[in-house]
Design a protein around this ligand. Structure first.
Ligand SMILES: Nc1ncnc2c1ncn2[C@@H]1O[C@H](COP(=O)(O)OP(=O)(O)OP(=O)(O)O)[C@@H](O)[C@H]1O
Length: 223
């Protein structure tokens, strides 16, 4: 379980996140929505350990985010908004490169299977020849090499076509259900959020998203 206990975050003197408390169970997909600048990426970065909260505590299972940071990091997969892969290398070379950096070892067949599971079959293709959607799939595949317990995705489907979005959505659902992963996911696409997420957390002052999602019958927690 991921437990967020009253975390706040300020930049200089500006408070972006104010006493946010929620829990996410294994196998759950939680959407994170809010207007531009509400603090979604900030929260994801805190959960990815790349930013420290100004106050509050976070726990993953029995581990504390500050005290057990090294262990926590082994169990987090993070896909930031910007794609971070080697353009000149092929899909295979990228997967092998990131496997070498990973603490968990995978065979070439296992690496290939991760890609195939999300319909990314251009194994020998240089990344520079791939479409934006395929690059996003590869970025996601890389984040799964070390079998993370928590997968944090910052707008993973932005700018990609409906078919690829559906494929990624189905893949994420499978990851949550079959592998018991916790998935926290930001998107501005409300149809996708409604379809994919078990629960939604809205952050920011604007009640727009909260009302929209409640009308659609989603379980919403607002901050
Ligand atoms: N390192 C930083 N230093 C100062 N201010 C920051 C920093 N990072 C983010 N902010 C500010 O914090 C606020 C929240 O930013 P954040 O990127 O988390 O929003 P967001 O909800 O992800 O927005 P978007 O939907 O546009 O991606 C913004 O006002 C931003 O300018």
């Amino acid at each position: 379980m991921l437990k967020i206990d009253s975390i706040s975050k300020s930049f200089q003197r500006k408070k972006i996140i104010d006493k946010l408390t929620f829990e996410v169970n294994k196998g759950e997909i939680v959407g994170l929505v809010g207007e531009n600048g509400a603090g979604k990426s900030t929260l994801l970065n805190i959960l990815a350990t790349t930013l420290k909260p100004t106050a509050g505590n976070i726990y993953l299972n029995e581990w504390h985010y500050q005290k057990d940071k090294k262990t926590i990091r082994k169990h987090i997969g993070f896909v930031p908004q910007d794609i971070a892969i080697w353009e000149q290398l092929t899909v295979e070379e990228n997967m092998k490169f990131f496997e070498k950096l990973s603490w968990k070892k995978k065979s070439v067949q296992e690496l290939k299977q991760i890609c195939l599971d999300m319909s990314l079959d251009r194994w020998n293709e240089p990344v520079k020849n791939l479409s934006g959607g395929m690059k996003r799939k590869l970025n996601l595949a890389i984040s799964l090499i070390h079998d993370p317990a928590v997968l944090l995705l910052d707008e993973p489907t932005v700018g990609i076509d409906l078919k690829s979005r559906k494929e990624i959505g189905a893949y994420l659902r499978k990851q949550a259900t079959e592998n018991n992963r916790i998935i926290i996911y930001t998107s501005h696409d409300m149809d996708e959020i409604k379809e994919l997420c078990d629960r939604v957390i809205t952050i920011g002052e604007d009640p727009f998203y909260k009302e929209l999602l409640k009308e659609a019958g989603k379980k919403v927690l607002s901050f």
